[in-house]
Design a protein around this ligand. Structure first.
Ligand code: SF4
Ligand code: SF4
Length: 481
């Protein structure tokens, strides 16, 4: 891999390096082709999902919000259609993150930085901003000339229009993000009536600012200098991973070519620099594999356009593997090896973790949770009847979307008498404990044991069974002073 980091570029003579290089603005040119179309399609799908998802409604019954995807910070719950994740289930988030990371590793081992080139938010929003820039200021050469030109009314108008549109997109992006954390129609209503609270306003403005700066100005520098994934992804691909590569053997010796000239004793590269002009990170893929390359395939489209024009076969730049590049140069057979240890390991782990997550989210999720806290002060009370009483606080979490009646039982001490306090009212153990949908209830519980039925320390087990068939148990102790 060629290191073309300008910060480490050789300056004046051997061993002398500049640690700083000024940013050079990149003016990616318009290109048409398969990979560009794929990027447009993905961009439309991803942006569509991002902006529209907070407006999708999902009926969870009368006691729950009807926004399909909602991070309810107030009640500390995450809703995703029929899935409702409680704070106690943070492990599920960890599982989802692990699945996401494994999917990324798997995709990288197959096709290098495709995530960076096609689906990363930084790439998608930069593409959108460049598209707006192109609409208003024109393609590469026109933009270059406009930036070098003196300030005129026309230039001020174009720049103002572009930045206004960028700010509007940024505002919509920041706003959409906040809609995932509050009820979207309610927040819009608050915004319309200038009643928005400080926290949502702060986040909308903060995200508007970061979107404007990162997609409008920082662009490829985020991928090159800021993103940690760009730095360690090299460890995830090998000689058989698909990367965008220039076929040096076929392309060299490069040089200008006029129609009708012979192609003998020369390469197919006509040195038109079209592949460099379209590159969003501003590199020349003909210099070899470089860490700045995000595998977007735009130089493939650009070079294919040129090859069609000069009537040479397509694929001078293409998705290729390092293995095949070496095989070609040695006259060996090329092959695409998808099933290799790296892809098999990542793929298998991804399937296993995804299956576990699907099981826990769809079938095996515990909808009831019981916690029992033994009251320490006093540890036990001797009643006038001669019985010994221990007091507990039970906490019942009903994660179901329906109201549930629970029955509590206690095992471990013979003939123990159990009383559940419902608010200030004392009720018998047989009285069901009603917990509304998606709610938590706490109750005081007395366990009274007859004289002679207990030791100094006794293990007891509380069992909670719900009318929805869900149950939970909690091991505790019954103590004598
Ligand atoms: S070199 Fe090609 S694949 Fe790599 S970032 Fe530039 S245009 Fe995209
Ligand atoms: S686009 Fe193709 S022909 Fe033109 S410079 Fe790049 S590799 Fe050579």
């Amino acid at each position: 891999m060629t290191d073309q980091n300008p910060h480490l570029s050789e300056a004046n003579g051997e061993g002398s390096f500049q640690l700083y290089a000024a940013h050079k603005k990149i003016y990616p040119a318009r290109v048409k082709g398969l990979y560009r179309n794929l990027k447009w399609l993905l961009m439309a799908v991803l942006l569509g999902i991002y902006y529209l998802l907070p407006w999708v409604r999902f009926d969870r019954g009368p006691n729950a919000p009807d926004q399909a995807v909602l991070v309810d910070t107030l009640n500390r719950k995450f809703y995703f259609f029929s899935i409702e994740i409680w704070p106690q289930e943070v492990i599920l988030f960890v599982g989802l993150l692990v699945c996401g990371a494994l999917a990324l590793f798997f995709a990288t081992s197959l096709a290098g930085r495709v995530w960076c080139g096609y689906a990363c938010p930084q790439t998608v929003w930069t593409d959108l901003f460049v598209m707006v820039e192109r609409w208003i200021e024109g393609d590469r050469v026109k933009r270059l000339k406009l930036d070098q030109a003196k300030w005129t009314t026309k230039k001020v108008f174009k720049k103002t229009t572009k930045h206004s549109l960028w700010i509007l997109i940024s505002l919509a992006t920041g706003g959409a993000w906040v809609f995932y954390f509050v009820d979207a129609p309610t927040l819009v209503n608050q915004i319309m009536h200038l009643e928005i609270g400080f926290t949502p306003l702060f986040w909308i403005l903060f995200l508007t600012g970061t979107t404007y700066l990162l997609a409008g100005f920082a662009r490829e520098q985020v991928c090159t200098y800021m993103c940690p994934y760009a730095r360690f992804q090299g460890a995830m691909f090998d000689n058989h991973s698909l990367i965008v590569a220039y076929d040096e053997q076929r392309g060299e010796t490069r040089g200008k070519h006029k129609k009708g000239d012979s192609w003998d004793n020369r390469g197919d590269c006509v040195d038109c620099h079209r592949c460099v002009a379209v590159c969003p990170v501003g590199i020349d893929i003909r210099d070899g594999q470089q860490y700045q390359c995000i595998n977007c395939g735009l130089c493939v489209d650009a070079c294919n356009e040129i090859m069609d024009k000069v009537e040479r076969p397509r694929g001078l730049i293409k998705y290729d593997t390092l293995h095949n590049a070496v095989a070609r140069s040695r006259g060996h057979l090329e092959k695409v090896d998808l099933l290799r240890s790296r892809t098999l390991i990542y793929g298998t782990l991804l399937v296993i973790f995804s299956a576990i997550m699907v099981y826990f989210l769809a079938i095996g999720r515990q909808l009831v949770e019981l916690n029992v806290i033994h009251q320490r002060n006093p540890l036990a009370i001797k009643l006038s009847t001669g019985e010994l009483r221990n007091t507990y606080t039970i906490r019942i979490v009903n994660k179901d979307t329906q109201n549930v009646s629970f029955k509590l039982s206690v095992e471990g001490i013979n003939n123990a008498h159990v009383t559940v306090m419902h608010a200030a009212e004392r009720k018998d153990i047989n009285e069901p404990i009603l917990v509304p949908a998606s709610k938590v209830r706490t109750h005081k519980v007395f366990v009274d044991a007859p004289k002679g039925s207990f030791k100094k320390q006794n293990d007891v087990r509380f069992t909670l069974i719900g009318s929805n068939g869900q149950s939970d148990v909690y091991e505790s102790v019954f103590l004598a002073p």
